[in-house]
Write a protein that binds this ligand. Sequence first.
Ligand code: HPA
Length: 273
Amino acid sequence: MNIFEVMKEEVNERIKMTPKAALILGSGLGYLTEHFSEPIAIEYSEIPGFPKTTVEGHSGRLVFGYFHGLPVVAMEGRFHYYEGHNIRDVTSPVYLFKELGIEHLLITNAAGGINRSFSPGDIVAVTDVVNFGFRNPLRGVNYEQYGVRFPDMSEIVDSLWLADLKTRLQNTGIELKEGTYCWALGPNYETPAEIRAFEFFGADLVGMSTVPEVIAARHCGIKLLVLSCVTNMASGILKEKLSHADVVSTARRIRPKFSSIVRYAIESLLESK
Ligand code: HPA
């Protein structure tokens, strides 16, 4: 048995349902699990081989339950490379999801807005990514049973899922923007010069997560939707200082809008079954 099969065994001893989709909840967005019915939480520390989170605002547990009728599992708190984890460990949950039979993964994050048409409080569907972390979870021996050595990355997100979400949002008054997300390692926020460089290379958003999980999900063939919450404009754009407290408070402020978008995304999966 490989480590992901061991993790699956532990999880399956604790849950009675088969999750159809997974959610990775970013800074200030973990509250969504409060809306799950029949929740069962498993602390990360109870899963063999699973890393632990360290960042404020992340509790570190997998929560299984029904979200608007769909059986799902959510990561309350994700693993960031800047916490000191091995890059492969950052993506362990994605391979556990694969083992659990999950076909759809919704990744959320808090991000800084680089594109000047964005404002704090906007929700952006990520349509492409730039790996400015220059780290890759696929480095080393390939997990042959999960995917090929050289995975295609020409379409990051599932275009059908995103198109269906956009259709559902029409006439709701809820705006969903689109953009390219750039991974910066952190944990410091970027300098204005770095943001100018990222802008030049095509980034609309910057954040300290997501890209490793995106790479792993594409590697093992899990369909993706990625939603960024613009919690602040990126360094140098508004000449304001950046703080984690402001990031978390904006993520709180947009909760109703964010919850609605996630609900539509999940309903899309319910009706496609
Ligand atoms: N930069 C990097 N990560 C972030 C930011 C930012 O401006 N805002 C929220 N997460």
